[in-house]
Design a protein around this ligand. Structure first.
Ligand SMILES: Nc1nc2c(c(=O)[nH]1)N[C@H]1C(S)=C(S)[C@@H](COP(=O)(O)O)O[C@H]1N2
Ligand SMILES: [Mo]
Length: 257
C-alpha cells in the first residue's frame, strides 16, 4: 500500500509541475482543459501556482493522494485555507478581460441587483439593503489561471444567507451572474451554498474599490479567479446550463475544488 501511494504522489506532483510549466505557454486553452484540479491542488497545498517546488514538496508529503486528495477536491463542504492578515498580498493584483484603465465605474446609489429565474422574491436589492444583512469576512487565496495567486481580505454577506432570504430554489442546478462590464459566469448550487462563498461588499475593510468589482462581487476561495464575478448586476437561478465568458472559450466550467 505504502509503495503504491508514493508512486501516485510522484505522478501527481509531476502532473502538476507539467501543468505549471504550461502556464507560460501561449496556448493556455490546452492547459486549462487538461488541468481541471490545478486550482484545487494549489488551494489544498496553500502554494502559489507559480511555485512548482513547494507544490511538489507538499504533494509528496501527502498520503493516499488518489483517494484522499481527490475526495478533498470534490467535497462541496470542505473549507479552503484561510490566512493571517499579515499574509495579505499588497498591492492585490487587478485582472479583467480588459486593462485597468477601462475599469467599470458603477453608480452605487442607482445600482440595483436584479434577480430572476427560480427565486420566489425577485424584488431588486439596493446596496444599502445588502449592507443590512449579517456580514462576515475572510482572508483567502485567489488563484488565477494566468499563473499568479494572491491573498486578500473580503467582507460581505454569505451567499447562502442571501439565497435563502430571497427564496431561491436551492435544489436548482445553477446560479448565473451577469456583470456590468458584460462579463458573465455561473456556478453549481453546492458551491453557491458553500460556507465560504461570499457576496463581497468590502476589500481589506474598505468599500469594494472599482477595480476589485464595486459594488459587489462573488468571492469563492474554492474556485479559480475567473469563476469570481466582479461588478455583479444580475443573479439568476436555473436548471439550464448558463456557461460563462471564459468557460464558453474553453476554460473548464467547474474551475475549482
Ligand atoms: N466582471 C468581471 N469579473 C471578473 C473578471 C472580469 O473580467 N470581469 N475577470 C476574472 C478573472 S480572470 C480574475 S483573475 C479575477 C480578478 O479579480 P481581481 O481584479 O480582484 O484580482 O476577476 C474575475 N472576475
Ligand atoms: Mo483570472
Amino acid at each position: 500500500m505504502k509503495k503504491k501511494n508514493i508512486v501516485i504522489n510522484a505522478d501527481g506532483a509531476a502532473m502538476l509541475a507539467d501543468a505549471i510549466r504550461r502556464v507560460s505557454e501561449p496556448s493556455r486553452r490546452a492547459f486549462l482543459q487538461r488541468t481541471v484540479t490545478l486550482g484545487g491542488l494549489a488551494l489544498l497545498t496553500g502554494c502559489s501556482t507559480s511555485d512548482a517546488d513547494s507544490i511538489d514538496a507538499a504533494l509528496t508529503g501527502m498520503s493516499r493522494f488518489n483517494d484522499k486528495v481527490q475526495g478533498l477536491l470534490f467535497d462541496p463542504t470542505r473549507l479552503a485555507p484561510t490566512y493571517p492578515e499579515s499574509m495579505i498580498t499588497r498591492p492585490f493584483p487587478f485582472n479583467a478581460f480588459y486593462g485597468e484603465d477601462k475599469v467599470k465605474e458603477v453608480d452605487g446609489d442607482a445600482w440595483r441587483l436584479e434577480l430572476s429565474g427560480l427565486i420566489a422574491d425577485r424584488k431588486p436589492w439596493s446596496l444599502t439593503r445588502l449592507r443590512g444583512l449579517p456580514q462576515t469576512d475572510q482572508v483567502t487565496r485567489h488563484i488565477c489561471v494566468e499563473g499568479w495567486s494572491a491573498i486578500g481580505k473580503w467582507g460581505g454577506v454569505p451567499f447562502s444567507t442571501f439565497l435563502r432570504q430571497v427564496g431561491a430554489d436551492l435544489t436548482a442546478k445553477y446560479v448565473g451572474f451577469k456583470c456590468s462590464d458584460d462579463y458573465f459566469t455561473s456556478i453549481d448550487m453546492a458551491t453557491a451554498l458553500h460556507p465560504q462563498t461570499l457576496m463581497a461588499l468590502t476589500y481589506d475593510g474598505q468599500q469594494l474599490p472599482p477595480r476589485y468589482g464595486f459594488p459587489m462581487k462573488l468571492r469563492m476561495p474554492t474556485k479559480l479567479g475567473y469563476k469570481n464575478p466582479k461588478h455583479i448586476q444580475a443573479i439568476f437561478v436555473t436548471n439550464t446550463y448558463p456557461g460563462g465568458y471564459w468557460e464558453d472559450q474553453g476554460y473548464n466550467w467547474f474551475g475549482g475544488s
